[in-house]
Ligand binder design. Structure first.
Ligand SMILES: *[C@@H]1O[C@H](CO)[C@@H](O)[C@H](O)[C@H]1NC(C)=O
Ligand SMILES: *[C@@H]1O[C@H](CO)[C@@H](O)[C@H](O)[C@H]1NC(C)=O
Ligand SMILES: *[C@@H]1O[C@H](CO)[C@@H](O)[C@H](O)[C@H]1NC(C)=O
Ligand SMILES: *[C@@H]1O[C@H](CO)[C@@H](O)[C@H](O)[C@H]1NC(C)=O
Length: 360
C-alpha cells in the first residue's frame, strides 16, 4: 500500500492537519477575545451614552462588531460607500454618499424651475405626460425652506454634521451622522408633497414605496430664485441633497413680454399703481436662472426660453431626448394657463405609442 510517494503525501496530510488545527485554535481564541472585548465596550457604552436607549441591540446592531464582521461571509460590504445605482442613465456624474441612514441616489428626480408667467404650468402638464414620471405643481418654495434645515447647522453648528464619530457626551451629544444623510430628510419631505393618487393610498393591496419605486418624482416651481441664496448655492444644494436629478430651467428672455403678462394676469394695481416686479427685477431673476444653470452643469440641467419653445415644440422634444426617453415626441405645445389659470383640455399630449423609458 505504501509506495514512497504515497508516504510523502501522507506526511503532508498530517502536517496540514496540524496547521488546520492551529488555525482553528487561533480563530476560537480570537473569537473569545473579541467577544469579551465587545461585551466590555458594550457595557461602557450603556453607561456613558445617553442616546442608546438601554438595549444592547440598539447599541451594537448586528454586523457592527468585529466578531460579526469576522464571521460574516460578505467581507466586501462597506456601510459608507459611493455606489450609484443610476450611473448609466439618469445621473452619471452624481456624487452618492451612501450610508445605512440614506442612499441619496436611489430616488431619481426631475424638477422644472421656472420664473413666473413663463409657461411653467404648460411644461408641468407636458412633462408629466412622460412615462414613469410623476410631477407635482407649486409648493411655495419648499425646496429653499428645506435647504435651511441643513444650512442652519452648516452656518451655526457645522461640527454636528462633520463629527466623524459618535459624540456621546456634552451639550451637543449625538451619534455619528453620516455625510449626505440629510438628503433623505429633504427628499422625504418633497415626496410627502407629491404622493401616489388617493385611490392608491386607499387600496390595501398597494405598498406606497413599491408603487413609487420605478417612478421619477419631482415638481415645478417658480420661486426657487426667491429664496435667500445665489444660483450657485441653490445648485450646490440640489447636487448634494438631490444628487440623482435632471433639472429643466425655464425663463423668458423677452422681459417686456413677461412684464405685460404680469400686468394682465394679476391685479397688482392698487389705485392704479403696479406693485408687481419691475423689468429690472425680472432681468435679475433671469440672471439668477442662468447662474443656477451654469453651476448645475449640462449633465444635470437644460435651459429653455419660453419665447422660443412656444414657437417650436422641437425644443422640448430635445429635452425629452436628453432625459433618455426613446421614441417620444410631443406633437404640439399645450396651452395651459393661457388666460390666467384656465387649464387646457384640448391639446393632444400623446407622445407616440412606442414612447419608452428603458431604465426603470
Ligand atoms: C453601500 O452602502 C449602502 C448603505 O449602507 C448599503 O446598503 C450597500 O449594501 C453598500 N454597498 C456595498 C457594495 O457595500
Ligand atoms: C440672507 O442671507 C445672507 C447671507 O447668507 C444673510 O446675511 C441675511 O441675513 C439673509 N437675509 C434674510 C432675510 O434671511
Ligand atoms: C418682446 O415682447 C414685446 C411684447 O410682447 C414685443 O412687442 C416685442 O416684439 C418682443 N421682442 C422681441 C425681440 O421679440
Ligand atoms: C383691480 O384693482 C382695481 C384698482 O384697485 C380695481 O378697480 C379692479 O376692480 C380690480 N380688478 C379685479 C379683477 O379685481
Amino acid at each position: 500500500m505504501s509506495s514512497p510517494a504515497s508516504r510523502i503525501s501522507e506526511q503532508d496530510r498530517q502536517q496540514s492537519n496540524v496547521q488546520s488545527y492551529i488555525f482553528l485554535l487561533c480563530v476560537v481564541a480570537f473569537s473569545v477575545i473579541s467577544y469579551i472585548f465587545n461585551s466590555i465596550q458594550g457595557m461602557e457604552g450603556t453607561a456613558a451614552n445617553p442616546f442608546t436607549s438601554g438595549t444592547k441591540t440598539n447599541l451594537r446592531p448586528k454586523g457592527s462588531s468585529k466578531l460579526d464582521k469576522f464571521l460574516s461571509s460578505d467581507n466586501s460590504w462597506e456601510p459608507f460607500n459611493s455606489t450609484n445605482p443610476h450611473a448609466n442613465s439618469w445621473c452619471p456624474k452624481a456624487t452618492c454618499l451612501n450610508s445605512p441612514l440614506c442612499r441619496p441616489c436611489e430616488r431619481r428626480h426631475f424638477f422644472i424651475f421656472s420664473t413666473a408667467r413663463s409657461g411653467s404650468t404648460t411644461l408641468l402638464r407636458m412633462f408629466n405626460a412622460l412615462p414613469n414620471m410623476r410631477l407635482a405643481g407649486e409648493n411655495h418654495n419648499e425646496m429653499w425652506y428645506l435647504s435651511e434645515m441643513t444650512n442652519n447647522l452648516v452656518r451655526n453648528r457645522p461640527k454636528i454634521l462633520k463629527h466623524k464619530e459618535d459624540k456621546p457626551t456634552g451639550p451637543f451629544a449625538h451619534n455619528y451622522i453620516p455625510d449626505g444623510s440629510m438628503a433623505c430628510v429633504a427628499q422625504n419631505a418633497l415626496h410627502n408633497l407629491n404622493p401616489p393618487p388617493m385611490a392608491i393610498q386607499q387600496n390595501k393591496d398597494f405598498n406606497m414605496e413599491e408603487y413609487d419605486r420605478n417612478l421619477i418624482l419631482g415638481f415645478k416651481g417658480v420661486r426657487l430664485h426667491h429664496g435667500n441664496w445665489t444660483g450657485q448655492e441653490a445648485a450646490d444644494y440640489i447636487k448634494s441633497h438631490f444628487p440623482c436629478s435632471r433639472v429643466v430651467i425655464n425663463y423668458q428672455t423677452n422681459v417686456t413680454h413677461q412684464y405685460e403678462s404680469f400686468k394682465r394676469t394679476f391685479n397688482h394695481t392698487d389705485g392704479g399703481v403696479y406693485l408687481g416686479p419691475s423689468k429690472e427685477e425680472l432681468r435679475a431673476n433671469n440672471d439668477w436662472q442662468r447662474e443656477f444653470w451654469n453651476n448645475l452643469g449640462s449633465e444635470m440641467a437644460w435651459l429653455i426660453d419660453m419665447d422660443k419653445w412656444t414657437q417650436d415644440v422641437g425644443i422640448l422634444n430635445k429635452v425629452v431626448n436628453w432625459l433618455g426617453y426613446e421614441n417620444c415626441a410631443f406633437k404640439a405645445i399645450a396651452h395651459e394657463n393661457d388666460k390666467g389659470y384656465a387649464p387646457d383640455t384640448k391639446t393632444d399630449l400623446d407622445l407616440g405609442e412606442n414612447c419608452l423609458y428603458r431604465y426603470i
